[in-house]
Design a binder for this molecule. Structure first.
Ligand code: NAD
Length: 336
């Protein structure tokens, strides 16, 4: 949607498997835009990827598809290995075959942009310098390990085969349309439902929060002007402790949708910590700023206000992704 808000933008073929985390309703604003085409497919299906590349002949592939939730990776790591590693491998191979057959300007201009995470770098102490592009990889969760593996595959496909890749490693995203298993939408929706707000451990784990539109802008910059074979760290310059994030959400809801009595903060409950929970992530986005002139436009306060407003204004979207009805619809819709 961000991409197509530019009237001069190239068309997009949007490929997604529609796992539990995918939601076609998020694409509703694009349904009348002839520049957008949705295709349901699995990146691990190399033949399907090859056919799509042959049919649509893209000038770039931007690889967002992933299993992305750390808690789910602890409960069931197999899906993470399958999509993030095997899927990335299958996609790289299909893209390599397509790119190898391109000629002239089309071959020069082609890019494969791989979207990854800051979690590949492991965890920081309170005084450690922020993650830079040269920080050694030290992934701690099955999710982070699977993303690290995919980053290594992308790196190798560039160094060995010359595939023109660029990789972004970004911090925690938040904003509209985020599936409500991630911290911020989870807290907003549980608060509104009158449910306990579960905060892991002592609540002092630190994340660097990046508003999703700032992330999209960074991806566009790297795609347009990033140097081939390079990686770019993308952060929001918003280091926040989890408990402070939850307090900020409660305070906004107290203002925008007050409870009959008392504050949403009363719903906060500390729960047993996630196994291997990384203590702190922080991104040094100096390379993005220095080379590409990118900086986040939102502070955490402005981005969070927009996010809370969006969830308050989009109850129907929330109802669909959380009810199971949406998933049943997808099965029926794609039965043939
Ligand atoms: N959300 C964050 O805070 C964050 C932070 C850093 C990096 N990232 C990265 O950004 C990307 C997007 O993250 P997200 O939060 O939107 O994830 P998400 O889990 O909300 O959505 C992932 C999407 O990928 C699709 N998908 C999953 N497996 C697929 C497959 N095999 N084939 C095709 N499509 C498949 C899902 O249907 C879904 O639409 C991921 O690569 C993730 O690692 C996310």
């Amino acid at each position: 949607m961000e991409w197509l808000s530019d009237p001069n933008a190239d068309p997009v073929v949007n490929v997604d498997k529609l796992t539990y985390a995918g939601n076609l309703r998020s694409l509703a604003p694009l349904q009348d835009d002839p520049r957008h085409r949705f295709v349901r497919a699995d990146i691990a299906d190399g033949q399907a990827m090859a056919e799509l590349l042959a049919r649509h002949r893209p000038r770039a592939v931007v690889h967002f598809a992933a299993e992305s939730h750390v808690d789910r990776s602890i409960d069931g790591p197999a899906a993470f290995v399958q999509t993030n590693i095997v899927g990335t491998f299958a996609l790289l191979e299909a893209v390599r075959a397509y790119w190898s057959a391109l000629e002239g300007e089309a071959r020069q201009a082609f890019r494969f942009l791989h979207v990854s995470t800051d979690e590949v770098y492991g965890t920081l102490g309170p005084q450690d310098p922020k993650f830079s592009e040269t920080t050694p990889y030290a992934p701690n969760s099955p999710y982070a390990a699977s993303k690290a593996a995919s980053d290594h595959l992308v790196r190798a496909w560039h160094h060995t085969y010359g595939l023109p890749t660029v990789t972004t490693n970004c911090s925690n995203n938040y904003g509209p349309c985020q599936f409500p298993e991630k911290l911020i939408p989870l807290m907003i929706l549980r608060a509104l439902a009158g449910e306990p707000l579960p905060v892991y451990g002592d609540g002092l784990n630190v994340r660097d929060w990046l508003f999703v539109h700032d992330h999209c802008a960074a991806v566009r910059e790297v795609l347009a002007r990033g140097r081939i074979g390079e990686t770019y760290n993308v952060g929001g310059c918003n280091e926040m402790r989890n408990i402070d994030v939850v307090h900020a959400i409660c305070d906004l809801l107290d203002e925008l949708r007050p409870r009959a009595q008392g504050s949403y903060r009363e719903q906060i409950r500390f729960v047993t910590d996630r196994p291997g929970h990384d203590r702190r992530y922080a991104i040094d986005a100096g390379k993005m700023a220095g080379e590409l002139g990118w900086q986040p436009a939102e502070t955490f306060a402005t981005g969070l206000r927009k996010t809370v407003r969006w969830y308050l204004d989009n109850a129907e979207w929330v109802r669909e992704v959380t009810s199971g009805e949406y998933r049943n619809w997808v099965s029926r819709h794609y039965a043939s």
